[in-house]
Write a new protein. Structure first.
Length: 136
């Protein structure tokens, strides 16, 4: 199984189209109530649908990885996008910057490299494979 798409709500499709285009996502579907973007690398997609209201309970965070995180953040700041926190190294060996989209959704722009899937504390493949197929 692989993650293909995430869909979030927006109260303003035009504003979201501009914002996610600025992040570098490529618009591939557009109608009166829905946008779908292709991520610049890989084959995953990201969608935005028109809703009456958006509530942010702080429990969902959307992560976009970028090999040139610092340059991307500088480009966004130049374009007028406010960052909640600038790029910084973390104790879990990622470099992260946080911001919110125009509807208040929490976004993390990050670079993890090999540490995303293979951090030094990763569970061994033997344990992981047994757990994934239901055997212990």
């Amino acid at each position: 199984m692989r993650l293909n798409q995430i869909t979030i709500g927006t109260t303003n499709l035009g504003r979201s189209e501009q914002f996610y285009g600025l992040l570098g996502l490529q618009l591939i579907v557009k109608n009166d109530h829905y946008l779908r973007f292709r991520c610049p690398e890989g084959d995953s997609t990201f969608s935005v649908e028109l809703v009456e209201s958006v509530s942010d309970d702080g429990k969902v965070s959307i992560y976009f990885e970028s090999d040139d995180l610092d340059d991307q953040c500088a480009r966004l700041r130049t374009a007028g996008v406010a960052l909640d926190s600038p790029p910084a190294d973390t104790s879990w060996l990622w470099r992260e910057a946080w911001l919110r989209d125009p509807d208040g959704h929490r976004l993390c722009l990050f670079y993890a490299g090999d540490n995303r899937l293979n951090p030094p504390w990763r569970i061994s493949d033997t344990v992981s494979n047994r757990s994934a197929d239901g055997r212990s």
